[in-house]
Ligand binder design. Structure first.
Ligand SMILES: [Zn+2]
Length: 125
């Protein structure tokens, strides 16, 4: 898709809406490979020069998401990519798979998720 100011605004709006529903802090969004390359190296480590190959990349440690608008063919794929990456942010312990895909589908249908809490040791009173 062609990245123009209107599309950029639309994407940021969607990210805001889904971040809210998923109870995650809104990530910083990069929309071009140039922005990925310009970001501090330690933030994009591991998927820097290879980022162009993917529809999206999430850099979990830095709350940073790359949406590869240029590579994304249509609106539907764009929406999918945004939700996919934000599900990574909300469920950082989950790898790709059935459970992950189910959460993406639920997210696309408008489901909200409670905040992620790291498990703490059980305690007795
Ligand atoms: Zn993924």
């Amino acid at each position: 898709m062609k990245l123009d100011p209107e599309l950029k605004l639309q994407i940021l709006e969607k990210v805001g809406i889904y971040s809210n529903r998923f109870s995650i802090p809104e990530p910083t969004i990069l929309l071009t490979t140039k922005e990925v390359l310009d970001a501090p190296k330690e933030m994009t480590e591991g998927r820097r020069t290879s980022a162009y190959k993917y529809y999206g990349v999430s850099y979990l440690q830095h709350n940073l998401v790359f949406i590869n608008v240029r590579k994304i063919p249509d609106e539907k794929t764009l929406e999918n990519t945004i939700v996919h990456e934000l599900i990574h942010m909300r469920f950082p312990y989950l790898a790709h798979g059935k459970r992950f895909n189910k959460l993406v589908r639920q997210g696309l249908r408008g489901k909200s998720f409670l905040p992620y809490r790291k498990r703490t040791k059980a305690h007795a009173i």
